[in-house]
Design a protein around this ligand. Structure first.
Ligand code: F6P
Length: 358
């Protein structure tokens, strides 16, 4: 695509599950765009709003204020119609009607796949945003750090009450099919066990693992008064079932120990973004807008680290621009367990389990 010129229109869209830091990314994108002389538009409620033509001028001051808050000021949605022929036609018509030259999509895997389908009509760029950290070509997605901090704080609080009553808590955290949040939270808050889909354990093995962690923690040589087990939502046995089976398994060995379940749910997705997430959103947005302005397109701006193989972009030594096709293919490999990062995540689970359980 030719470089963008002053006055050209760039549209920003947030899509899929919201992630803290999306607003900071919007602010970064809007401010850099305006500085480069571009006109900034906001698409309301993701692809749902796009195909309904809900596109409006985005005021920089509106996003300035929102950058300190979670959620997304543009709204977000998951559209079933957008991937259909009719949805695609309407989305293209709306982009043409508003004379949009470039589109920045801020979201997860499905949202970036949606962006790729429009690459023949506008210059598209993606910013990875999902608390799940299940995207390839970026070591961190926008929202992960905030979600992790929220979980760690929750575990610390639960730990206080657990110790008071000498209880075991099973704490379920979001993450879809990815155990990243559960794994990192368990290490950061010093929990006793972690259950993640990457370990691929049978239900019997999960029950046995939790029971052993409890028996070792409350055993004669230990003065521990609490056991915290973090369970990723991607582990298919639900937390109440697990509790029931663990209770039955330790009924004789630990007759006085009670277990409780806390499902953190959407608490993990909200809240004010951490400084890291605000910076991540701002820096990725800065690079994406500058690259689009210079005529690059069809890429995602990712944060350097494991599995991010490209060279840093010229705007920021921590940011790598990867073609969307590569991002989507590598994400599929990450989630099917084939990529290098997936193999490392699987290995580290087995290494960390005995360390946590001591
Ligand atoms: O992808 C982000 C995420 O929060 C996942 O962790 C979770 O499985 C899902 O979205 C929940 O989606 P919804 O808010 O639509 O129930």
């Amino acid at each position: 695509m030719p470089p963008l010129s002053a006055g050209d229109r760039i549209a920003l869209l947030t899509s899929g599950g919201d992630a803290p830091g999306m607003n900071a990314a919007l602010r970064g994108a809007a401010r850099v765009s305006v500085t480069l002389g571009l006109q900034v538009l906001g698409v309301e409620e993701g692809y749902v709003g796009l195909l309904e033509g809900r596109i409006r001028p985005l005021d920089v001051h509106e996003v300035d204020d929102a950058a300190r808050r979670g959620g997304t000021v543009l709204g977000s949605a998951r559209s079933k119609v957008f991937p259909t022929t009719e949805g695609q036609r309407k989305a293209r018509e709306a982009l043409a009607a508003h004379d949009v030259r470039a589109l920045v999509v801020i979201g997860g895997n499905g949202s970036l796949a949606g962006a790729r389908t429009l690459a023949d009509v506008v210059a598209v760029a993606g910013l990875p945003a999902s608390i799940d950290n299940d995207l390839a070509a970026t070591s961190m997605s926008i929202g992960v750090d905030t979600a992790l901090n929220t979980i760690v704080e929750a575990c610390d609080r639960i730990g206080d009450t657990a110790s008071a009553h000498r209880r075991t808590f099973l704490i379920e955290v979001m993450g879809r099919d990815c155990g990243y949040l559960a794994m990192t939270a368990a290490v950061a808050s010093g929990d006793d066990a972690v259950l993640v889909p990457e370990a691929d354990r049978s239900e019997d093995d999960l029950v046995e693992g939790v029971a052993r962690a409890m028996e070792s923690a409350y055993g004669r040589d230990s003065d521990k008064r609490r056991v915290l087990v973090v369970k990723a939502e991607g582990v298919k046995t639900d937390a109440p079932t697990l509790k029931r089976r663990v209770d039955a398994r330790v009924a004789k060995s630990l007759p006085d120990v009670e277990t409780r379940v806390t499902v953190l749910g959407h608490v993990v997705r909200g809240g004010s973004p951490t400084a890291f997430d605000r910076l991540l959103g701002s820096r990725l947005a800065n690079c994406a807008i500058r690259a689009l302005a210079e005529g690059e397109q069809g890429f995602m701006a990712g944060w350097c680290g494991p599995g991010v193989t490209g060279a840093p972009c010229k705007y920021d030594p921590y940011v790598v621009l990867t073609p969307l096709d590569t991002v989507l293919a590598e994400t599929a490999r990450l989630m099917s367990g084939e990529s290098e990062v997936a193999r490392w995540r699987r290995r580290i689970v087995h290494e960390i389990e005995p360390i946590l359980a001591r």
